[in-house]
Write a protein that binds this ligand. Structure first.
Ligand code: SAH
Ligand code: SF4
Length: 404
């Protein structure tokens, strides 16, 4: 028996869900400006300070200041803000109550978005939509929208690649390419809000569980949250936003002091240092005792429940003994465990346990009094975990650029 909180249709890591397509129905709806078969040339990677900032990088106050520089009054900025985040228009052209000259100026000096859509992939009867974007300097970014009966959740990336290098994760394979700007993260949310709207739905939740470690890009992450939270804009309340971290202790403590109290999810994956360090090199820097101390301090300060993510891997972290160790570690902490049956990555050796093993691990935790949910990706994966779509596109790009 699975625990009562068992769910089969949710994926706390939406990046994992989009690959699900056992029947091969994953449809490529190519919205590409450059078809995927065309050579993609990578422009030079730009340092953070040199990256162009667009409309989505600016909180309303900064936008008003920017409009003032262009000689436009503050109410014009608020009109544009409404168009961008309420009407979700894709270009300044559609902001019909702004003077044409201002729209031209804006298009020249403040791009609305700095991400270009490369392609959309849909799965699960169109209820999962994975989008690959390209940045101005040619990096590839993945975003996933998941439609559920009661909500629509987008999983955003905050970095291209990731420096943490967890052993089982596709994103970490190539290291970190670069941080995304706040605007590049906002653009993913706006894109998803538009996709939801086209399907008669409203975007309700954000999870930062795509590519990258949000706490290695803290400032842009906080700026992003401020922009999408704005009640006059996308209006995604803090309770509807979840940040997932591999356990960057100082930033967990810093998050506790932020005025906007978003949900915190911590990727644990092992209750002991020996195993956790093998799976997650960051554990050498912030071992479990330090991590748990930070989490206790966070809960004390905020009164908020923390989620622990636990990617279950066959023969690695799925024994009864480890389940009991995990229960001991978490006993008395205001928390919830999300078990994510591993999404295998083709070039990595880790496997998902069979359903009985998953059920048993969850049941052991539940019996020990730890609230637990099993979160399967939708369907079966054909393309492995988050980061795979980008990895594939990168391989294609390399093939195309290789001398013949
Ligand atoms: N870097 C952050 C957030 C992005 S990863 C973090 O690590 O928390 C989001 C979640 O997906 C993390 O819990 C991560 O451990 C998990 N994950 C990564 N690769 C996975 C895989 N192949 N199968 C299942 N979960 C995976
Ligand atoms: Fe980075 Fe998270 Fe992947 Fe680890 S699991 S490599 S922290 S994205």
């Amino acid at each position: 028996m699975l625990p009562s909180s068992y769910q089969s249709d949710t994926a706390p890591r939406p990046g994992l869900a989009a690959h699900a397509d056992p029947r091969g129905t994953l449809a490529a709806m190519d919205t590409t400006s450059a078809p995927s078969s065309a050579p993609i040339h990578r422009p030079k990677r730009l340092p953070m300070a040199a990256r162009p900032r667009g409309f989505y990088d600016l909180p309303l106050q900064d936008l008003e200041a920017r409009f003032a520089d262009l000689g436009a009054p503050a109410y014009r900025a608020r009109q544009a803000w409404n168009w961008a985040y309420r009407s979700l228009v894709p270009s300044y052209d559609a902001m019909t109550n702004l003077p044409a000259a201002l729209r031209r100026d804006l298009a020249e000096r403040l791009p609305l978005t700095t991400l270009e859509t490369v392609r959309d992939l849909s799965a699960d009867n169109g209820e999962t939509i994975k989008t690959l974007y390209r940045t101005v300097d040619g990096e590839l970014v993945e975003t996933v929208l998941m439609l559920y009966p009661d909500r629509a959740t987008v999983c955003v990336s905050c970095q291209v690649g990731c420096a943490v290098g967890c052993a089982f994760c596709a994103t970490g394979l190539g290291g970190l390419a670069r941080n995304l700007t706040a605007g590049e993260i906002v653009a993913q949310v706006v894109g998803a809000a538009r996709q939801a709207k086209e399907r008669g739905r409203t975007l309700t939740n954000i999870v930062m569980m795509g590519m990258g470690e949000p706490f290695h890009n803290y400032d842009e992450t906080m700026k992003f949250i401020g922009i999408v939270h704005d009640p006059d804009g996308l209006n995604l309340g803090a309770r509807r936003i979840t940040i997932s971290t591999s356990g960057v202790v100082p930033k967990i403590l810093q998050l506790a002091t932020e005025p906007l109290q978003v949900n915190l999810a911590v990727s644990l994956h092992s209750p002991n240092d020996e195993l956790r360090s093998r799976l997650m090199p960051i554990n050498d820097r912030y071992p479990i005792a330090d991590l748990m101390a930070a989490i206790r301090a966070y809960i004390e300060q905020t009164g908020r429940r923390v989620s622990f993510e636990y990617a279950l891997m066959r023969g690695i972290n799925d024994s009864d003994e480890i389940a009991l160790q995990l229960a001991d570690l978490l006993r008395g902490i205001l928390c919830h465990v999300n078990i994510i049956p591993l999404n295998p990555v083709d070039v990595l050796p880790y496997e998902r346990p069979d359903p009985a093993g998953i059920e048993r691990f969850a049941a052991t935790l539940e019996r020990a009094g730890i609230p637990t949910t099993v979160r399967y990706s939708r369907g079966l994966e054909i393309d492995a975990a988050c980061g795979q779509l980008r990895a594939k596109a990168e391989r294609l790009r390399e093939d195309q650029q290789a001398p013949r």
